[in-house]
Design a protein around this ligand. Sequence first.
Ligand code: SF4
Length: 298
Amino acid sequence: MEGIEPVIHITTACNHRCLFCSRKGDPPESPEEIIEILKNFKYTITIEGGEPTLSKKLFSLIRKAKKEKVREIMLVTNGFSLDRQENVRKMTAAGVDVFNFNFPSHIEKIYNLLTGSKNFRKTVSAIKNCIDIAGPQKTRLTMVLNSMNYRFLAAYAGFVKKEFGKIFYCEINMIKVLGSVRKRTWLVPKLADMAPYLDEGFAAFKKLGIKFVSDGLPLCFMKGSEENNIDACMAASGGLFSASEKAHTPLCTKCLLKKFCPGPRKDYISLYGCAEIKPCRNAQYASSVKKRLKNGQY
Ligand code: SF4
């Protein structure tokens, strides 16, 4: 089904006002589109919003998905109401298989600024409730990298380990210049400025044994952690890049990792150009990356 991803945006309502929200203004899927998605995708369906737990239609959608024999339902949430254990129990009983929390910072002040809320502590409780009730293997975190949080990536890893212990994994994704961010481009950090913090942060995740995947960062900014790049993993396993939002630059032409990297985000290049991109010309290094990718280490 070309053009349709198994993501159902169930509502535009949200209790947070995330500065980095990439969805602002986009309508939810129509009932016809939802039926089409449930009919055609049987593995994982992602339910997002807005904040999906605010939608009165959530439980009936989960029921429909289960009836259509969808194997896994993932709820992407900011944790609204899940700080109460009975609500986590209700969600798991209804059929939510995985909870993916928007958790953009472990620093309360930054979290509250980024989400336009005062819900840091509630979200931390919600994550802990999911770990206790649904289990660590059913709990994921997403951190959208932006100019307010990238410097603290290593400390974020330390917080995750200390407060949450084992979780399934973290998604560490480059901010998209979409939705609200189009008017707040100051939130988009330059890759070259992020580079040392990414190296330090990814090393911290590995040292602490926390699994992570990353989307939207080109491979030349994930040196030593290429096997944690979602597009590279897809390419290595014979799949396709999830690349409609990314593109190779003229500098990528001679890069030895081009086959595994779809290039930077197009919106990033429109904003800052491609001068920072660093093609890999070292055959020995490229071969070591290929080996790690084949071993599927993430
Ligand atoms: S030079 Fe281009 S293809 Fe190579 S790693 Fe960087 S962005 Fe990817």
